[in-house]
Design a protein around this ligand. Structure first.
Ligand code: UD1
Length: 436
């Protein structure tokens, strides 16, 4: 299994480019199910989860071309034939976002079978709200052999009020609604940029959607959708991770090809920590950290609040700030798995329920650490970049799920990081972990 070896101490200097957002690309790939025509998506990140989604779609009979070039990463998907509308256990267990095919499959083919995702590293993460919404749209739901099956000749528009804000739940039901008969209203919908990105693709395919990006989305169902070409948004979490990499190493980094508006909450907190941030034009951010880092408290919230997917990385940063910072996790019940590893590297962190109290500044010392999930892995990379000595990060398949060639990108700005093990295509996933 691959490992990273990271020698800390170098300030990161130069320019680093952000890839396309995997959390936008995954629902957009699922949206191709909704039409017999081809859907082409540009700015697809070269990460493990995208390979998994390709596997999922091809297992259903779709044709998926995936090409990674110097200038462009692109996929063209044809779901003209969908011979087996099933998301199998073997795939769902490694990527929970596979549940995103439930809505589009039942909308297009009248039947969907999706393996129930089990518990996972960062919390229970059920899909009850996806299922409840489909039921409201007239789908008959059955559970058998660990699978949920949804059937409907044609889904009907409905007024759906989410009990809880769910990102993939909103995306799944949005994809179901675009081919349903009549109007669907999604209330208390997620406002994440990934939902807006999906809505832009669906609109290009002929869907009628209003209000994406707000908490009320209105959809007028249409009979048929057609093919489209769409460019995926930049990855706001990768951009935020690089900003913290610049800040924690006392570097001077220009993070390019990103959308600063999508990470406003992260930028605010970095400024509170005394980090200098300058937005350059529409799509670049310069980060500089010259003096001492100051403490800041964060509390994760749905967009536009501070993202849960940046919590672990921010915690690594405040281990280097003078004083006490509090980090509260409100979205997932078990998302502090990086804490134990950060403590092994010398951090002083105490957990009390959903709040972690970080006392800094503690020098970090290199250690052999275990990457437990995608964003926890990113926080350990950040900690290792400032630790004294050579850290070894194990189980980095977790980071390969969502960060494109992170070691090459970081090496390009002066980090001492190398991969031990196989090349990307040979990376193997274990059967027990589930991606964020
Ligand atoms: C998505 C992101 C993930 C991010 C998360 C929160 C993708 C592929 N993943 O995950 O990176 O961390 O949003 O921003 O886009 N819930 C229910 N019932 C449901 C669905 C969700 O109770 O049917 C709960 C979850 O357990 C969790 C909360 O709602 O506590 C939010 O989860 P959700 O927004 O659905 O996360 P994901 O869409 O899985």
């Amino acid at each position: 299994m691959d490992k990273f070896v990271i020698r800390g101490g170098n300030p990161l200097l130069g320019t680093i480019r952000v890839s396309g957002a995997k959390n936008s690309a995954l629902p957009c790939m699922a949206a191709a199910i909704l039409t017999e025509d081809e859907v082409t998506l540009e700015n697809i990140p070269q990460v493990r989860d995208i390979e998994t989604e390709r596997k999922l779609l091809t297992s259903m009979g779709a044709e998926v071309e995936l090409g990674y070039g110097r200038a462009q990463h692109r996929t063209t998907i044809s779901c003209r034939v969908l011979s087996d509308p099933t998301a199998k256990y073997e795939i769902v267990k490694t990527m929970r976002a596979s549940a995103l095919v439930l809505g589009p499959l039942v909308a297009r083919t009248g039947i969907a079978r999706v393996s129930m995702p089990g518990g996972c590293a960062i919390g229970a993460r059920p899909i009850d709200l996806h299922i409840k919404g489909l039921e409201q749209m007239g789908a008959a739901i059955a559970y058998e052999h660990g699978y949920v099956e949804a059937r409907a000749e044609r889904l009907k528009g409905a007024h759906i009020l989410f009990d809880k804000i769910t990102v993939t739940g909103t995306e799944d039901l949005l994809m179901a609604a675009v081919l349903a008969e009549g109007e669907t209203i999604l209330e208390n919908a997620a406002r994440e940029p990934e939902v807006t990105d999906l809505a832009a693709l669906l609109t290009a395919m002929g869907a009628q959607i209003e209000g994406a990006g707000t908490s009320t989305i209105r959809v007028q169902g249409v009979e048929k959708l057609h093919g489209a070409r769409h460019r995926i948004n930049p990855d706001r979490i990768e951009a935020g991770t690089f900003l913290i990499a610049g800040a924690i190493t006392g570097g001077d980094l220009c993070v390019t090809h990103c959308n600063p508006a999508h990470i406003a909450a992260v930028i605010e907190k970095l400024k509170e920590c005394g980090v200098r941030i300058d937005t350059l034009g529409k799509d670049s951010i310069r980060v500089r950290s010259e003096g001492k880092l100051k403490t800041a408290d964060i509390s994760t919230e749905e967009y536009p609040g501070f993202p849960t997917d940046m919590q672990a990385q921010f915690m690594a940063l405040v281990t280097q700030a003078e004083g006490v910072s509090q980090v509260r996790e409100n979205i997932f019940e078990n998302r502090f798995m990086h804490v134990q590893e950060l403590v092994r590297m010398g951090a002083n962190i105490r957990i009390d329920g959903r709040t972690a109290t970080v006392r800094g500044k503690t020098p970090l010392s290199a250690a052999a650490v275990m990457c437990s999930d995608l964003r926890a892995s990113a926080s350990l990379v950040l900690a290792a970049l400032v630790a004294d000595g050579e850290s070894i990060l194990d189980r980095i398949y977790n980071i390969d799920r969502g960060y494109e060639h992170i070691e090459e990108k970081l090496r390009g700005v002066g980090a001492q990081i190398k991969r031990l093990g196989n090349v990307f295509s040979d990376r193997r996933e274990p059967s027990t972990t589930v991606s964020a």
